[in-house]
Design a protein around this ligand. Structure first.
Ligand code: GLC
Length: 746
């Protein structure tokens, strides 16, 4: 805004300004002066616009809206353009309903597969999380609706989420839990952002100035409105002072803000800044130039179904059993309640009332004819042991004589949701028992999974011919599943989270979900594939994996440095060498085996999804920059590029690397400061400090040569100040002179 509007903050009373820092109702901000009341509503994969006085837990009804695949599915598509198109559709539907702010995307890192809300998040990796979320933000905001990336930050569990302190070191924060938010804020400029319920190292995210002001605004340049998660504010004044602009929902404590200004504990200028941010948000979301187009419900449904096909991950396909032939007239047994009662989204605040919905059973029947379909529910969604045997018996009867069994298994609503975490990765017992019974029929089985977070498959995967992980696919999932199973579409998904062999292999197993109000992030940066692939831990299916109905070859890797020695162009050619059209996700990983502290063996640094017909090839080029080689230096509080050899890996998954090359990357030339507490080794390695200590080094080397070879390495770990007492000719004054000289050369 260039000039203050007629009602600039000076025109508003203190009480009016204070009222703006809190909502006026569950789904509304407050109006004051020229700032109108704005409507905020969930959610990340579909509009949940409730009538007045709704709830924030998805209990009450909302207006019908397109239910797109939740983030677990959309993320598995690895399709950034698709995410943008879905964002745009979400923006259209929000605007048509008079919604100004959409409360999504959800983008927390899937630290543990037990996370109850993993269905609402993209990945265990920050790179793909940031790219998918940024595309959603761009799409949503292209229609004049504010997106609200959430939950900022380190909200990786549901257990004790409103109080727990996520205790995480600085490097892990910077390299794992912040980069996706950083990418979205700096590349997609969201107009709003939601702070998380939890504490971070003891401070509530909604009251943390280092997070909400120094980092978010000072370092990343965020200019939007920070709102709290619903009920996340514990101290109104502290939250406003920290950089939280809008408490939701209202807590009727505006007087605390007024009193704080009047007694001098809160500067009124802070309120004026909040007012300007809310005014900017209103200007951005009430732009009359952005017409409210009518919503094409059919087109949005088709988009949801197309997205679902791109999202599902084919994990196993022995003998190319899939796709099935829809014209063969074969008798197909469709077993499993999920085929009839689709689980297509997660529980809690993101729950959408879909504009339409069909199960895979209905769509398969429509596709191949009822005479070719035998159905049985096979199990109850409550996993009721009393009915398990009879339901299994009924299913065996239905399946007997069929040529193929399509077995729909997964996690019922009560097993995972916002608000609580799982304590097992296993499928419900009744389903596993049914699966075992069906394998005795010796009929090829295709297991179709519906689950918001990974389940253990290793116990039974080799006893079935095919496994299609469909996650939660939104309202178009039933149609897409039928189309993929019978070859009208190809499965386009790749795993954005590792499927471990067992829960105890997961890197956070010993720490998640914490106790006594704290959860330690003891695994550090080794989250997901960064753990499994660095330690070469066997997994059921690796990060980035997924099969299709065709095959691709990779050739002609070229890694070419740019003018800046830290920018590289990495190119490879991908060819469809199969008989069917299909999509491939070309993945670029960078790793180094040099330098300490230890670095993950590989990190995802780029990807591109290509759709190719048989024989068609495409040259894919991905960009690397300094940040792709960097690690966070917690001592100097900065990104650091160490000189050394880095591997550039191009593959179809994190463990199926088809092309690789080692490149030499120069350091960033940054010369660290030295102090009297820097070690002798740091002084020796320093371009200026090393020269000053040459005489000391010479003496050490002489001692070492004289029969104490270990001496030099021992001394290198000693803070230089300690040498003063060793009578090595180094006085405290001399040390301080050297520190001052080095500083003067920076
Ligand atoms: C919930 C969720 C948040 C949602 C909000 C409003 O508790 O954590 O994601 O947007 O409240 O429903």
């Amino acid at each position: 805004m260039t000039s203050p509007s007629p009602d600039s903050p000076a025109e508003l009373t203190l009480e009016e300004k204070a009222s703006l820092t809190s909502g006026s109702a569950t789904w509304y901000s407050t109006a004051a002066g020229d700032i109108p009341r704005l409507m905020l509503t969930d959610g990340p994969h579909g509009l949940r616009r409730q009538q007045e006085g709704g709830d924030n837990l998805g209990i009450g009804d909302s207006v019908p809206a397109t239910c797109f695949p939740p983030a677990v599915g959309l993320g598995s598509s690895w399709n950034v353009d698709l995410a943008r198109r879905i964002g745009e559709a979400l923006g259209r539907e929000a605007r048509a309903q008079g919604v100004h702010v959409l409360l999504g995307p959800g983008m927390n890192i899937k630290r543990s597969p037990l996370g109850g809300r993993n269905f609402e998040y993209v990945s265990e990796d920050p790179h793909i999380t940031g790219r998918i979320a940024a595309a959603l933000v761009r799409g949503i905001q292209s229609r004049g609706v504010a997106a609200t990336p959430k939950h900022f930050a380190v909200n990786n569990q549901e257990t004790d989420r409103m109080r727990v302190s996520a205790d995480v070191d600085e490097r892990t924060l910077r390299e794992i839990y912040l980069p996706a938010f950083e990418h979205v804020v700096t590349e997609a400029q969201p107009w709003a952002l939601m702070s998380a319920y939890n504490r971070i190292n003891g401070t509530f995210a909604s009251e943390d100035p280092a997070l909400l002001t120094d980092l978010l605004r000072g370092e990343w340049g965020f200019d939007g409105v920070v709102m709290s998660d619903w009920g996340a504010v514990n101290d109104r004044v502290a939250s406003v002072a920290a950089g939280l602009d809008l408490e939701m929902p209202p807590s009727d404590t505006d007087a605390e803000i007024v009193d704080a200004v009047n007694n001098g504990t809160l500067d009124e200028a802070v309120l004026d800044t909040v007012v300007e941010r809310l005014r900017l948000l209103a200007a951005r979301t009430t732009d009359p130039a952005l017409a409210t187009d009518p919503v094409d419900v059919d087109a949005h449904h088709r988009l949801a179904a197309d997205a679902a096909a791109e999202a599902m991950v084919l994990l196993r396909n022995e003998g190319d059993l899939l796709p099935l032939d829809p014209t063969a007239g074969a008798r197909i047994a469709v077993i499993g309640e999920f085929a009839r009662t689709p689980r297509y989204q997660g529980g809690g605040s993101s729950r959408v009332v879909p504009t339409r919905l069909s199960g895979a059973l209905e769509e398969i029947t429509a596709l191949i004819g009822a005479k070719n379909v035998a159905f049985a529910p096979g199990f109850s969604l409550t996993d009721n042991p009393d009915t398990a045997a009879s339901l299994a018996e009924e299913a065996v009867t239905a399946a007997t004589g069929a040529e193929r069994i399509l077995l729909f298994l997964g996690l019922p609503d009560g097993f995972e949701s916002e608000g609580f975490d799982r304590d097992t990765l296993a499928l419900p017992a009744g389903q596993l028992a049914l699966l075992e019974r069906l394998t005795t029929l010796n009929i090829p089985i295709v297991v179709v999974l519906s689950n918001g977070a990974t389940v253990e498959v290793s116990e039974w995967a080799t006893s079935v011919e095919a496994i299609l992980e469909t996650w939660l696919l939104g309202q178009g999932g039933g149609l897409a599943t039928a189309e993929v199973l019978f070859g009208l579409a190809s499965p386009g998904g790749r795993l954005t989270e590792t499927i471990p062999l067992r829960l105890s292999d997961t890197p956070s197993f010993l720490h998640f979900p914490g106790r006594d109000g704290h959860v330690g992030y003891g695994e550090g940066v080794y989250v997901g594939y960064r753990h499994y692939n660095t330690l070469d831990v066997p997994v059921a299916y690796e990060f980035g994996f997924g099969l299709g109905y065709t095959r691709f070859d990779y050739t002609d890797l070229a890694a070419v440095p740019g003018t800046d020695p830290h920018t590289w162009l990495v190119s490879a050619t991908v060819i469809n060498v199969g008989e069917r059209a299909g999509s491939e996700v070309v993945q670029l990983y960078v790793g180094t085996t040099e330098n300490t502290p230890t670095r993950p063996a590989q990190e995802l640094r780029g990807f591109a999804k290509v759709h190719l017909v048989p024989g068609e090839s495409e040259r894919v080029t991905l960009h690397l920059n300094a940040r792709d080689f960097a690690t966070w230096d917690s001592g100097q509080h900065r990104w650091r590029v160490d000189a050394g050899a880095y591997t550039v890996q191009v593959g179809s998954s994190s463990r199926r690397i088809h092309l690789s090359e080692t490149i030499a990357v120069p350091g960033d030339g940054w010369v660290p400061e030295l102090s009297e507490h820097s070690t002798v080794g740091e002084w020796f390695a320093h371009p200026v400090g090393g020269q000053l200590l040459q005489s000391v080094r010479d003496r050490m080397e002489a001692f070492a040569a004289g029969g104490a070879p270990e001496l030099l390495r021992m001394v290198e770990q000693v803070p230089i100040i300690k040498l003063v007492s060793w009578k090595m000719g180094l006085t405290l004054e001399r040390v301080r002179e050297m520190v001052a000289f080095v500083a003067s050369q920076r």
